[in-house]
Design a protein around this ligand. Structure first.
Ligand code: HEM
Length: 249
């Protein structure tokens, strides 16, 4: 077993543990954080079912972003839909036999790679060209975009410029999953693509990309507009309420 295979095997075990553990931890923090105020962005639904419907439109169509800014919506939505297709296409490297719907999605996932890049460049241009966005853009905003661009570019390079041994690559990842390690093909572009993907997994739980699980915990989006029908009490405020009758003041 080469040092390269061992190094990448350990890298992916560590990256997976940090990604899964880190995101689970962050979600548990979000879930425990009190929402002391009733602050749904109005007009807001008045029922739980309405909140679910609003959230569904928000995560599938980016509805509030559409209302706010058409250019940012166009590039942002393009990037995210393309990313979804690209990741769906990637499932074939981790499954045997490959599921029928993953086989079907292959051509769409491939061209989505270009869509992903187009979306990323649009979002990145905005950080340079729009004054009020440039003003609030920090190094991490640019670095996350650069990382995603580099992942997409190295992926497309493998597909269209320097082919890699996909059969061997798949054996490597299935080997990791079933704890029977297989050699990793030593193609430079593949090694770059994989190292960048592992970097993304490692930084994800401490990055702005946490907006993906975070949106579900956003009080402006997940609350119903029903403060008249139901008294709002959450976390520490509920505990203070319960003790009020027994304590002085
Ligand atoms: C362990 C994780 C990953 C593995 C094993 C992997 C592997 C590959 C391989 C082998 C290709 C070339 C496909 C071909 O030649 O037909 C590819 C392409 C690509 N990858 Fe990845 N990749 C990983 C993670 C990612 C991530 C996280 C992203 C995006 C954030 C990504 C984006 C792309 C894109 C855009 C392409 C080009 C389009 C395509 O062929 O699907 N990859 N990847």
């Amino acid at each position: 077993m080469s040092a390269l295979t061992i190094g990448y095997a350990l890298l992916f075990y560590a990256a997976t543990a940090m990604f899964v553990g880190g995101v689970a931890y962050k979600i548990s923090v979000y879930a425990r954080t009190p929402q002391p105020l009733k602050i749904p962005t109005t007009p807001a639904p008045t029922t739980g079912a309405g909140v679910v419907w609003r959230m569904f439109k928000e995560v599938t169509l980016f509805e509030s972003l559409f209302k706010a800014n058409k250019w940012t919506w166009l590039f942002g939505w393009l990037f995210h839909v393309a990313l979804l297709l690209v990741l769906a296409r990637h499932l074939r490297y981790f499954t045997e036999p490959v599921w029928a719907w993953v086989a079907l999605v292959q051509p769409f996932g491939l061209y989505a790679g270009f869509g992903m890049l187009a979306g990323l460049f649009g979002l990145w241009a905005r950080r340079f060209l729009v004054d009020r966005v440039r003003y609030i853009s920090g190094p991490s905003d640019h670095l996350m975009l650069a990382l995603l661009v580099a992942i997409a570019a190295s992926g497309l390079a493998m597909k269209f410029l320097v082919h890699t041994d996909i059969i061997a690559l798949k054996a490597f990842f299935l080997g990791l999953m079933y704890f029977s390690w297989q050699p990793l093909p030593a193609s430079p572009v593949l090694l770059i693509h994989l190292a960048l993907a592992a970097t993304l997994m490692i930084v994800f739980p401490i990055s702005k990309l946490l907006h993906a699980p975070g949106i579900f915990f956003s009080p402006t989006r997940n609350q119903a507009d029903n403060p008249r029908e139901r008294r709002h009490a959450a976390g520490w405020s509920a505990r203070i309420d319960n003790t009020r009758g027994t304590t002085s003041g």
